[in-house]
Write a protein that binds this ligand. Structure first.
Ligand code: AMP
Ligand code: GLY
Length: 426
């Protein structure tokens, strides 16, 4: 029985918290800072994760054996490096890559160079900065359309622009580099060819030596049905992705996952944690769109419910270099999650709406993304994304319908959700 610290505060962390807490190996789970949903599975800790020394002291004071980092930010800032540099902390099984490994997500230019160096299929690209901005403007002249511009650094999910004309791309490139449209994140910009196909994500957990391929998933990022309207953090997800059968995943493993793991080793990066591989299926050929150094949200809300292996055992093995000893068991059923959001999201929305009906939900799991408990014990909405409703079924339609039935039972003013997750496969 061990004490565990989980870092993060979204629906992803609620899903992790639920899976960790139900393990017989979990003595006490702490979530930093957590959300109202996670508080039902452990103790929420109000420490600022950016204060590394406070996180470290908390781990020592509370005899933490296993630490799992949900979001990318503390990883890119070097939380793992801080722990590994201190002999008192280096023995903690830490799931999350170091600063160098987190560049997979933290720098698009770095990850493109990495893919090129190790022959990993991805879109053709070139990187520009203020030193060769005019060269970049000229480079765009003859570029095929549409043109993808990516801010090199983390830009809260907003740093990718898809431009339909050369003039638009040239204006955006100037805005990003010269006018710092995304602050220092766009001091460097990757110009990339547009890939046509269907997107999906494949998740890998690695201990630095061994790896396991987790279930595939697809998220629905647009606010409107039929993939219309503004981009959001994710309006729902499905797992598995129907076309990602064994032959396709084998291809992903051979052409992408193995060279990625070997490339990390060759770069002397001891990568421990999750690799989220965003892919485009280009006529049966998987190509990498992006890497993230964490699990996806809301993809986690469909991937974790399908993992039958004890989550503490899996995470501990990852943190201790023993993933080869784990027998990964996956539920063959399909999971669908439907995200309930506040009307107005991803733009302005109101918080603090009283929520009800959660007790009448049957057959689905609720993962809280943005909720709050009032002083009188009422559940209140407290975010753009409020709650994910996940169901398992024998196919997308069955799982989706169950989630929709239960989504209907949950009430709060200004509730909105998409009813068509998985539509292209129905
Ligand atoms: P990212 O912020 O890297 O997740 O990119 C946002 C979205 O832009 C991706 O999920 C894709 O839908 C799209 N995207 C990024 N790169 C490309 C590309 N090379 N071709 C087509 N779509 C892309
Ligand atoms: N759902 C996409 C992400 O987590 O980045």
């Amino acid at each position: 029985m061990i004490n565990i610290l989980l870092i993060g505060s979204g629906g992803r962390e609620h899903a992790f918290a639920m899976a960790l807490a139900k393990s017989s190996s979990c003595k006490q789970l702490y979530i930093m800072p957590g959300n109202a949903g996670t508080s039902k599975h452990g103790i929420n800790v109000a420490i600022d994760v950016n204060e590394f020394h406070l996180v470290a002291q908390f781990c020592l004071d509370n005899h933490i054996t296993l630490l799992i980092v949900g979001p990318e930010d503390p990883l890119v800032k070097g939380l793992r490096d801080f722990f590994m540099a201190d002999p008192k902390l280096a023995g903690i099984a830490f799931v999350g890559p170091d600063k160098k490994g987190a560049q997979m997500e933290g720098s698009k230019d770095w990850s493109k160079q990495f893919m090129q160096k190790y022959g990993i299929p991805t879109a053709a690209y070139k990187t520009f900065t203020q030193h060769n901005l005019e060269e970049g403007i000229a480079y765009l002249e003859n570029h095929s359309l549409p043109i993808v511009l990516k801010a090199d650094g983390l830009a809260a999910g907003k740093g990718v622009l898809i431009c339909e004309s050369v003039a638009e791309a040239q204006a955006e490139l100037r805005a990003m580099i010269a006018a710092q449209k995304f602050g220092s994140a766009s001091e460097k910009v990757v110009i990339e060819a547009f890939l046509h196909g269907i997107e999906l994500s494949v998740f890998v957990v690695t201990d630095g030596t061994h790896y396991l391929v987790l279930p595939s998933a697809k998220d629905y990022k647009r606010i409107g049905e039929g993939d219309t309207g503004l981009n959001t953090g994710g309006m729902g997800a499905i797992s598995p992705v129907p076309f990602a059968d064994k032959a396709f995943i084998d291809k992903v493993e051979e052409t992408i996952i193995k060279p990625t793991i070997n490339g990390l080793k060759a770069e002397d990066i001891h990568y421990v944690g999750f690799i989220f591989v965003g892919l485009m299926n280009v006529n049966g050929v998987p190509k990498v769109i992006e890497y993230n150094s964490r699990m996806g949200d809301p993809e986690t809300e469909v991937v974790l419910p399908r993992i039958q292996t004890d989550m503490v055992e899996l995470m501990l093995a990852a943190g201790l270099g023993k993933l080869n000893e784990v027998n990964l068991q996956i539920d063959a059923r399909t999971a669908v999650t439907v995200m309930l959001v506040s009307k107005g999201y991803p733009e302005a929305f109101e918080r603090g709406k009283v929520m009800s009906g959660m007790d009448s939900v049957e057959g689905s799991t609720l993962y809280h993304a943005g909720t709050k408990l009032s002083e009188t014990g009422e559940w209140l909405s407290n975010g753009g994304r409020v709650m994910a409703v996940t169901s398992l079924g024998s196919n997308i339609k069955e799982a989706l319908n169950l989630s929709l039935q239960n989504a209907e039972k949950i009430s709060f003013e200004n509730k909105y959700y998409r009813k068509d997750n998985g539509f292209e496969f129905l």
